[in-house]
Design a protein around this ligand. Structure first.
Ligand code: NAD
Ligand code: ZN
Length: 352
């Protein structure tokens, strides 16, 4: 089969590799029909994720059809259309039993990421993928839910919902600021709407992204390069600051921004993956009674999100900005890598 193979920092190829096979009775093989490119793939390609080594197939979002199941897989069958979760989890270990699937202690982590536990399995940017612990890592897709929507449940919708909105405890009437209006920030914006906030303020350096965020439920927008960005947000909250700030970028500047916007007794939910340390002012957090949360997507709300999407309770049309054939994945990477110019959000790849 063809797959997008990582060959060390700066190097990748769409090349012929052996077809995946069932290795364990709990495995399934899925024919990938739709996959995407994520910012994390670019981090890996830059060499920022040393746990991912030469020869690994990238990708951790996907939708497809099961072509083979291991003998222990009884809940799923050949021919089922499924979402491939970005987290594969055994469902049985101590963490899985607590619903913290991202910390599954079984010996295989998320497909194509590898960095979560240093575990390595091949990813979804391929014609076929082996999914470990299929029964707890694949989700059957309800009739009527398109691939294009379903694939958003592999990673970005649970990430924005769980680590941004739920950890931030967005509640009716809250003013919520989302710093960073990329796919993950937009996922937080669209799922925050489920909890009845009075305002959702999208903040981004890119004015296009700020404008685009309104399409997904942001009531207000602030361009982060405006000198008075903080005053603009404070003016929306009678000078108090926001109830919930969601950081969805992952750089020190946006961590500081989010922290500076939260009112006393508010919540700061950090979603961004920070490659460099940030300043953590414990004294400020203490005197302001702040609740600060962070973490890796758990995927514990995946079934809920599937139901909401199937019932059209989440308006996600517009997340996909570009579409390519899977064979043209190198062009897709080029478009995604130049997001500032191409305004790429999610770049969709579909098998012929
Ligand atoms: P992205 O790069 O597509 O979007 C980031 C946005 O932040 C862009 O719109 C950019 O213009 C904006 N931005 C950059 N610098 C800024 C600044 N100084 N001020 C304001 N805005 C700024 O990224 P994404 O795919 O949306 O992901 C966002 C973050 O979420 C990344 O750090 C990613 O690694 C992380 N993530 C976390 C988890 C998790 O489990 N916690 C899962 C997936 C992704
Ligand atoms: Zn487990």
């Amino acid at each position: 089969m063809k797959a997008l193979v990582y060959h060390g920092p700066g190097s990748k190829a769409w090349e012929e590799v052996p077809d995946p096979v069932i290795e364990k009775p709990t495995d399934a093989i899925v024919r990938v029909e739709t996959t995407t490119i994520c910012g994390t793939d670019l981090h890996i390609l830059h060499g920022d994720v040393p746990a991912v080594t030469d020869g690994r197939v990238l990708g951790h979002e996907g939708v497809g059809t099961i072509t083979e199941v291991g003998e222990a897989v009884t809940d799923l069958a050949v021919g089922d259309r499924v979402i491939i979760s970005c987290i594969s989890s055994c469902g049985k270990c101590a963490y899985c039993r607590k619903g913290v699937y991202s910390h599954c202690q079984a010996d295989e982590g998320a497909p194509g990421i590898g960095w979560i536990f240093g575990h390595l399995i091949d990813g979804t940017q391929a014609e076929y993928v082996r999914v470990s612990f299929a029964e707890t890592s694949l989700y059957r897709i309800p009739a009527g839910l398109s691939d294009e929507r379903a694939v958003l449940i592999s990673d970005i919708l649970p990430t924005g919902h769980e680590i941004g909105v739920r950890y931030g405890q967005v509640s009716p009437g809250d003013v919520v600021a989302v710093v960073g209006a990329g796919p993950v920030g937009l996922a937080a914006i669209v799922t925050a709407g489920l909890y009845g906030p009075s305002r959702i303020v999208a903040i981004d350096l890119d004015a296009n992204r700020v404008a685009q965020a309104r399409r997904f439920g942001a009531t207000d927008g602030v361009v982060a390069s405006d000198a008075d960005w903080r005053e603009q947000v404070l003016a929306m909250t009678d000078g108090l600051g926001v109830d919930v700030a969601i950081e969805a970028v992952g750089v020190p500047a946006t961590w500081d921004m989010a922290l500076s916007l939260v009112r006393p007794a508010g919540h700061l939910a950090n979603v961004g993956v920070h490659g460099v340390p940030v300043t953590f002012p414990l004294d400020t957090a203490w005197i302001q009674n702040l609740t600060i949360t962070t973490g890796l997507v758990n995927t514990d709300t995946t079934p809920t999100l599937i139901r909401l999407l199937a019932q059209e309770r989440l308006d996600v049309d517009g997340f996909v900005s570009h579409r390519f054939a899977l064979d043209d994945i190198l062009d897709a990477y080029d478009t995604f890598g130049r997001a500032a110019e191409t305004n790429a959000l999610k770049v969709l790849l579909t098998a012929g």
